[in-house]
Write a protein that binds this ligand. Sequence first.
Ligand SMILES: Cc1cc2nc3c(=O)[nH]c(=O)nc-3n(C[C@H](O)[C@H](O)[C@H](O)COP(=O)(O)O)c2cc1C
Length: 157
Amino acid sequence: MNSTFDKPVKAIILYDSQSVGGSTDRLIDSIGKKLAESGAYVEKARCKANGDFSFVSEFDLVLLGAPIYYLLVASQLSGALSQSNLRTALKGKKVALFVICGSPEPMAQLLYLPQIKMNLDNPVILAEKVFPPGKTGDLQTIAAFVDSIVAAYGKAN
Ligand SMILES: Cc1cc2nc3c(=O)[nH]c(=O)nc-3n(C[C@H](O)[C@H](O)[C@H](O)COP(=O)(O)O)c2cc1C
């Protein structure tokens, strides 16, 4: 069963990928669809390291996600977090984090999610998820991730 938000929620998925139409694009569309089924208004935006992220203030919920290339979170998302006003824009925001990778989940939790978290300044982290090989298209895994976000969002209010 789908969990639903108990009030209107504007969500944005900020992401990066070196590919177009690859596993990240497909995963983001599936996450966005599930969030919309849970009652959220959803937008998505590809990050630019030198972008202006002041628009993030319009959103109640921000998902940050990117694949791993050569042991590092994709450069436009990690660059945006370290170089632009994204870090400030996320201060105090409700966020959910995910990475997409070719490594097993425990290794990715140790090596990759911290690369995003170390560049955040006091957000409210509702959920974090590693999508290892074979899970980026797994609708049950995606639904469970979105349900965990919806449940934590309700508790954080
Ligand atoms: C050039 C390249 C380097 C990669 N390096 C890593 C890595 O260091 N660690 C890892 O866990 N996965 C690595 N991967 C796997 C990707 O994170 C994974 O395939 C992801 O789904 C790619 O997303 P995309 O289809 O949106 O490009 C690499 C993939 C590519 C193509």
